[in-house]
Design a protein around this ligand. Structure first.
Ligand code: GLC
Length: 560
């Protein structure tokens, strides 16, 4: 397998509006990030993914871009951006930007023009269709509730928006639009950025006759006609030829709801499409597929969870690369979701982090996860800001009369704002994030869970992350090793071995996903002469042997 920097990287995801506010307006900004580069360096990460900082009306917190080449004033200026980029580079940290080109903002000049008339030069930059019998062109729904089409009186047609109605979908069938996208990508690449995380990139190619979907049982209707659509691979290869042939050291990570089989095409190393995906299979492990969609919690058991990771490993090994993540700005905090955020908060956060750093793929750390931050669990809908959550509430509670208590529970489980609260820097007011009023309330547990405490405590989640990051850099087997799972039917333990071709070194990992003690029996077919402790979240000696695993214990050994 080809060795390259982005396979060995550890990515830290910064959600800029919640990371650090430098000017007291309650909104995080670029100068705030600049003031925290030392913190990133201390943690040991080497790549930053910045969520969108472009000009935007912020209908979907920046995923609605009105100017792709400039920075939103609230975040700072282009000069601030360049300063941040060069400071990061000076510290050996690379920067990847968010690329949001499935849709733009309705306030983007292209759309302002496009909606003016059917013969406007920009008309075809978006997807306009006639209604059918006085209704939408088809039955597709938006990810943010309601229909995916919005009627526009001016020209008596509908435009498609898979997300909010302020996020009209761009028409990738139009070669001119595609060229505009490649040009703006090159603009940032020429400025010196190190790659892109590409927002819902697998949705850019739609089936052109826009048929009605017959699969109407779920919450999202129509996906089979635009998810991994007919021209996706062609578009990505064209993008590669126009951008990454020249900037061939850049990193590309596509957000894509895809199966592992489709992923082989998207990230296959000989295909010139993408380097890795942010896929969703493990994010669907505990959510439903009925009317409530992601808002319904389903219990499928650990074997089903492990099966997903193991399968992706197998399918992609020696074919292409992948990313590894357990949370981000669209997901709840992983310690609350997959671990235990009360009695075993620290233990379970460390156990899950152990998994993140000992599998094949590039680990992504979402800001605050390195502190073991929990969900925010706000109880009043007025404290939420996320358009997805608020639209869901309007739709299910206010319109359809669902039980508000049940839906608040659903928000506690899945709401995106759980992870979008301000970074908890210390125990001062607003967790040290701002001297003003934060745009969203701070997590109520900030006095206990914050960076200052964590950095001062050598047993903290923070120090454990530092160690995992360092170890991954020092041990190739953790990055490039193949993967074998043991006891795949076990309901509580995840046991696997990483082995590196041409090397005697092996990494054995055992993770206890339960709050009960579990017996671990060393798999018989693992042969080794010596063993030493790689990492553990409890006291352990270096001998790999049968043992009782404590609640949420993680232990990994290097075998020789
Ligand atoms: C992606 C982003 C999410 C956004 C959506 C629409 O899933 O991560 O935050 O709301 O795309 O752009």
């Amino acid at each position: 397998m080809k060795k390259i920097w982005w396979k060995e990287a550890v990515v830290y995801q910064i959600y800029p509006r919640s990371f650090m506010d430098s000017n007291g307006d309650g909104f995080g900004d670029l100068r705030g990030i600049i003031s925290k580069v030392d913190y990133l360096k201390e943690l040991g990460i080497d790549t930053v993914w910045l969520n969108p900082v472009y000009k935007s009306p912020q209908d979907d917190n920046g995923y609605d871009i009105s100017d792709y080449r400039n920075i939103l004033e609230a975040f700072g200026t282009l000069e601030d951006f360049k300063e941040l980029l060069s400071l990061l580079h000076k510290n050996g940290i690379r920067l990847i930007m968010d690329l949001v080109v499935n849709h733009s903002s309705d306030e983007h000049n292209w759309f302002v023009e496009s909606r003016k008339s059917k013969d406007n030069k920009y008309r075809d930059y978006y997807i306009w269709r006639d209604g059918k019998n006085g209704k939408e062109p088809n039955n597709w729904t938006s990810f943010f509730s309601g229909k995916a089409w919005e009627y526009d009186e001016q020209t008596d047609q509908y435009y498609l928006h898979l997300f909010s109605k302020k996020q009209p979908d761009l028409n990738w069938e139009n070669p001119q639009l595609r060229q505009e996208v490649y040009d703006l990508m090159n603009y940032w690449l020429e400025m010196g950025i190190d790659g892109f995380r590409m927002d819902v990139i697998n949705m850019i190619s739609k089936v052109q006759d826009f048929p009605d979907s017959v699969h109407t049982g779920g919450s999202i209707i129509g996906g089979e006609y635009y998810s991994n659509g007919p021209r996706l691979h062609e578009f990505l290869q064209e993008m590669h030829a126009n951008c990454f042939e020249k900037f061939n050291n850049a990193m590309t990570v596509g957000e894509a709801g895809a199966t592992a089989e489709i992923a082989r095409l998207l990230v296959g190393e000989d295909r010139n499409e993408l380097n890795m995906l942010i896929h969703f299979e493990h994010m669907g492990w505990d959510t439903g597929d009925g009317e409530l969609g992601k808002w319904e919690r389903v219990h499928r058991g650990l074997p089903a969870f492990k099966e997903i990771f193991t399968r992706w490993h197998k399918v992609l090994h020696n074919i292409g690369w992948n990313s590894l993540y357990l949370s981000n700005h669209d997901q709840p905090r992983f310690v609350s979701r997959f671990g235990n955020d009360t009695t075993y908060r620290v233990e379970s956060a460390k156990m899950l982090a152990t998994m993140l750093f000992t599998m094949q793929g590039t680990p992504f750390v979402y800001q605050g996860d390195e502190l073991g931050t929990t969900n925010a669990y706000f109880t009043d809908i007025k404290d939420y800001r996320d358009i997805e959550t608020l639209n869901m509430w309007k739709d299910f509670v206010e319109t359809r009369g669902y039980d508000p208590e049940k839906m608040m529970k659903a928000i506690h489980f899945m709401g995106r704002d759980n992870a979008r609260t301000p970074m908890q820097w210390d125990d001062s007011e607003n967790a040290g994030f701002t001297t003003g009023t934060p745009w969203i309330k701070v997590n109520p547990r900030y006095k206990e869970i914050n960076a200052k405490n964590a950095m001062a405590d050598e047993n903290s989640v923070f120090h454990y992350y530092k160690k995992l990051i360092r170890l991954r850099k020092e041990n190739e087997v953790a990055v490039y090793g193949d993967f074998t799972e043991f006891y795949n039917e076990h309901e509580a333990l995840y046991v696997y071995l990483r082995t590196l071709e041409g090397s005697a070194q092996k990494l054995l990992v055992c993770l206890n996903f339960s709050d009960k003690q579990q017996s671990f029996v060393l798999p018989k077919d693992i042969k080794f002469k010596t063993s030493k402790l790689y990492v553990s979240n409890y006291e352990n000696d270096g001998e790999a042997k049968d043992k009782e695993m404590k609640p949420y214990e993680a232990v990994a050994y290097l075998l020789d």
